[in-house]
Structure formats: C-alpha cells, structure tokens
Write a protein that binds this ligand. Structure first.
Ligand code: ADP
Ligand code: ZN
Length: 517
C-alpha cells in the first residue's frame, strides 16, 4: 500500500519522498480510520487526501471553504491528468447542476465543494448516488467555535457523512492545532484522538528567547542598532505603544515604518510598501500587521509586549526567517503586560469565551516562565508529542546551573494552602515577604506561620518564583473575576517531599578583583 502511495507521489507529483506526517496520515486513512492531520500552512496537506483519493474507487469529496483555492487545486490536478471538479458559488446554477450530474456518472476522482452546498437538500440527494470512499474536510478548524474561523455549515458535515450509503472515511485537515480545536474536530467528525497526525510545526531556523527583568526600551534600541542592516518586525500590544516605539526609533535615526488599525488605509499601505521594499528596515506594528505579507528575509521579530495567546505568538514570530535562514524571535516580558492583555480580554471577549481566553493567556505567561526548551514548549502546546529540545533557544543555550528550590517551593505552596487557596499571586507574595499591606492585615494573614518566611527576598522575586511554579504545573490558576492560585496535584507531591523542584540559578554578577596579588 505504502509502495503504491510512494509511486503515485513520484509519477503524479514528481516528489521523491513523503514529508513527515504525510505518510502516517495517508496510511491511517487508507486503513479506513477517520483521521485528523494537522500541519502548518505549506506543510503539504493537499497530497494527504489526493493520494488516498487516487488509490480509492469512486469520487473523493473535498469540503473546502476557500473558493479561490478550489479552482487552483482543480486546475493543478487536471494538469497532472487527474479528473477533478468543483462546485461553489462561482458557478452558475446550470454549471453546478451539470458538474453534479457528471459526478453522479463517476466522472471525477475528486470533487471539491463549498460547505454551504451541504445544506441544499437537492445536493444531499444527489450525493446518495455518488460512490464516495473518502470525505476530506479541509480547514477543519472551521468546525470549532474556538477556532478563528467558525462556520456553522461545517456542523452539517458529520450528519451528511453519516447519511452517505458508502460509509466513507473522514480525513480532516487543518493548520490550527490548539488542543481545544483538535478536540472539537475529533468529537464532531467521529475521529479517535489516537488517529491525530500532528507534525511539522517546528521551525528549525528560528531561535526563540524570552527576556525578563531588563529595561525593555534599552534592550530594544540596542538590538535594533546591532541589527541595523536586517529587516525586522517589532510587535506591540497597543497603538499607543506602536507610536511611541516608532518615535523612539526615529530619534535614533533608524528607518522605521509603522502600522496599526488607527491609521487610514493609504497611510498603512504606504508604510507596508516601504517595509516590503526594504526602504524601512524595521516595522513597528500591532497584530493588525502581517496577514498575507510575503516578505521572506525578516531576520527578527521582537514582541515588545506579550501577545494574548500562543496561537498569535507563533503566527507573528513565525514571520521571521521564511527564507530558511537563521532568525530570532525575542519576547520581552514584563508582568504589567499580562495586565494589559487581561484588560483587552475583559473588554472584548464575550462572557462565555472569557474563561477560555484567560486560560490561553495563562499558557502564554507560562511560556515566558518555563525553563524548558521554548520551541519544544510551543510544539507541545500545539499537540506534538515529545518534541526534542531545539538546542537553539534562550533556554537550551542557558548555561546557568540548575539549583534545587524545593524548600522555597514548599514555603510558597504551604502559604497558598494556609491562605485558603482563594487569593492571587501578588497578595501571596506579599504574605511570604511580610508586607504590611492593608488587605493582608485585614485578613489576619500576618498571623500565619508562613507570614514573612521569605522576607529576605523582594516581592518581585517571590512573584517570579510563583510564576515559575505555575509554569511547572505545581500551582494552578483559576480564572474568575480575578485569578486565584491553588496547589495543583503535582504541587502536593512537592509539599509532601515526594518530588523536588529545580530552577536555573539567578545570574550572579561576579566582582572582578582589581588588585591582583
Ligand atoms: P498546505 O495545504 O498544507 O498549506 P500544500 O498542500 O499546498 O500545503 O503544499 C505546499 C507545497 O508543498 C506544495 O507546493 C506542494 O506541492 C509541496 N509538497 C507537498 N508534499 C510534498 C513532498 N512530499 N515533497 C515535496 N514537496 C511537497
Ligand atoms: Zn530550545
């Protein structure tokens, strides 16, 4: 079977080998298993359903919401000598009817349809007469309300497939891989989550890093000057910050362009053009910038402020190094930025989505505090199993020693328990460092045995330790009106001494002795 698939890959598409994931997904579908295939854009998802289509009797139905891409796909297939057609709103009623008629006569190996078609009962009736071995659901994230492109008509797919006489295999494909979207796809289309093939999200030429506890502006100016010959993007969370950074850079005589939703179309287009034509080396922008931008030589993407979730982060950071050359993705972390994102979520999200959005934000914060490989953390977030450390990121190249912090972790955890697991990070850090804050005194927390047990450290350092413990899943966060921290199951093992905690030692500045003996 695999032999045959490889042969088709060579003869029809001219490629010598499958990319990682393609083979797995194809074999799974050919074995009659409903399968979900998650690969980044450009990963090669089309071949994953086109080859099984060629290997099966009958007509593979491809559901795709992208009308313009449908035509391209069909044209390409026809050039390769594969009979294919599409039915969508770009066809007249007569043309659509004609195509459907031909499909009933078994004319096509692949038939592409827009999801809206599925709602027509006439269309549904006709499908009964077509021999359909496989239904490929492209852009399958459209099925999920948590995806960025929910389409109600996608919810019809499962029912429609069930109604088909031939019991076709379902092959769902998407580039969006958050666990929640994945779960929705699997549930909705009846796919066993064991039949998820997720690969190819690693960007081997990108080096990720998170910068904490530094003057962000100084870092930024320094970085941009050092890389003054290279194209880069600086993302900020608000229009105001974009304007500010833009002004700072101009004062430093750096050719910077600017882009955000507060500017008019003409202005935005001309700024974008300046950047694309390398007249401006740096683009300072909000997340409004970048969709559909094709500039391959971007050497760095700096996030001056943390974005609202990992999906946005990976998408924006991923604009670096499209040409395959080494590039950097730097995130400048400060805890105030978490507040900004919280505020933006409070302002915009519908009530039901709020909890989800806050959880996604927490994953972003965890990324900033983890000591694991950053690339691997991202891949794990998107559902890849056991990604290897990249060897390039800020954490992989961090040569500081790990030191045991089990005792400190126990102090924090037991303090959280003594406070009733009903409070946030800041007040917990306050109790541990013995703050005389009014709220702390009002609650009588100054009488707890854990009050002031970490007073040799700053509240900021203790807050960072708490954030680190959250990123290690020892402390959980519950997102209500404000976030509450509690001891997670793994944290209990630390409290009882069953598990230890290690953390990279804080940077020690060594005094160099002046007077050599
Ligand atoms: P996606 O739908 O995942 O965004 P495509 O299916 O459009 O990606 O494929 C992206 C490109 O990769 C296409 O040019 C395709 O021909 C090419 N491609 C796909 N599979 C392979 C392969 N096994 N070897 C080489 N190139 C491939
Ligand atoms: Zn790494």
């Amino acid at each position: 079977m695999l032999e045959k698939a490889r042969e088709l890959l060579k003869t029809y598409f001219g490629y010598p080998a499958f990319r990682t994931g393609q083979e797995q997904a194809i074999v799974s579908a050919l074995n009659g298993k409903n399968t979900v295939c998650i690969m980044p854009t450009g990963g090669g998802k089309s071949i994953v359903y086109q080859i099984p289509a060629l290997m099966s009797q009958g007509t593979t139905l491809v559901i795709s919401p992208l009308i313009s891409l449908m035509k391209d796909q069909v044209d390409t297939l026809r050039q390769l000598g594969i009979s294919a057609a599409y039915i969508n709103s770009s066809l007249s009623a007569a043309e659509a009817a004609e195509t459907l008629e031909a499909a009933v006569y078994g004319e096509y190996k692949l038939l592409y349809v827009a999801p809206e078609r599925l709602e027509s009962s006439d269309f549904q009736d006709k499908l009964q007469y077509i021999d359909i071995p496989l239904v490929a659901v492209d852009e399958a994230h459209c099925i999920s309300q948590w995806g960025h492109d929910f389409r109600p008509s996608y919810l019809q797919i499962a029912r429609l497939v069930k109604a088909l006489p031939g019991k076709p295999v379902v092959l769902a494909l998407t580039a969006t891989a958050t666990p929640m979207v994945q779960e929705d796809i699997c549930q909705s289309l009846g796919i066993d989550s064991a039949n998820a093939v997720i690969t190819g999200f690693e960007r081997t030429n990108l080096a990720f890093s998170v910068i904490k506890g530094q003057d962000k502006l100084l870092f930024l100016k320094d970085y941009v000057k050092k890389n003054s010959k290279e194209a880069g993007i600086i993302y900020a969370a608000t229009r105001k910050t974009v304007d500010q950074i833009h002004e700072w850079l101009q004062k430093e005589n750096i050719e910077a362009a600017r882009y955000h939703a507060g500017m008019n179309d003409t202005e935005r287009n001309s700024e974008q053009e300046r950047f694309l034509r390398d007249e401006a080396t740096v683009m300072v922008a909000t997340s409004a910038f970048g969709m559909g931008i094709d500039k391959s030589n971007i050497r760095y993407v700096i996030h001056f402020q943390m974005p609202k979730n990992m999906e946005s982060y990976y998408q924006e950071a991923g604009r670096a190094g499209r040409d395959g050359l080494d590039s950097e993705c730097v995130l400048l972390y400060s805890s105030q930025d978490v507040q900004i994102q919280r505020f933006l979520i409070d302002q915009s999200a519908e009530q039901i989505r709020m909890g989800q959005e806050l959880e996604k934000l927490q994953s972003m914060v965890d990324y900033c505090h983890t000591e694991d490989c950053l690339q691997a953390s991202i891949l794990r977030y998107f559902g890849e199993c056991d990604p290897e450390p990249c060897g390039r990121c800020g954490n992989c190249t961090d040569s500081r020693e790990s030191v045991e912090v089990t005792k400190e972790a126990q102090m924090v955890l037991s303090c959280i328990i003594r406070m009733g697991q009903k409070f946030g990070k800041a007040i917990t850090a306050g109790v541990l460092t013995g703050s005389r804050n009014k709220k702390i005194l009002e609650f009588g927390f100054d009488r707890l045995t854990t009050y002031g047990i970490m007073k040799s450290q700053s509240a900021k350092a203790v807050t960072e330790l708490i954030e680190f413990l959250i990123s290690q899943n020892l402390i959980g966060v519950e997102h209500g009106a404000y976030p509450i921290i509690f001891v997670a199951p793994e944290g209990k093992d630390v409290l009882t001494g069953k598990a230890q905690v290690f953390r990279k030692e804080a940077v020690k500045i060594r005094q160099v002795a002046n007077d050599d003996p």
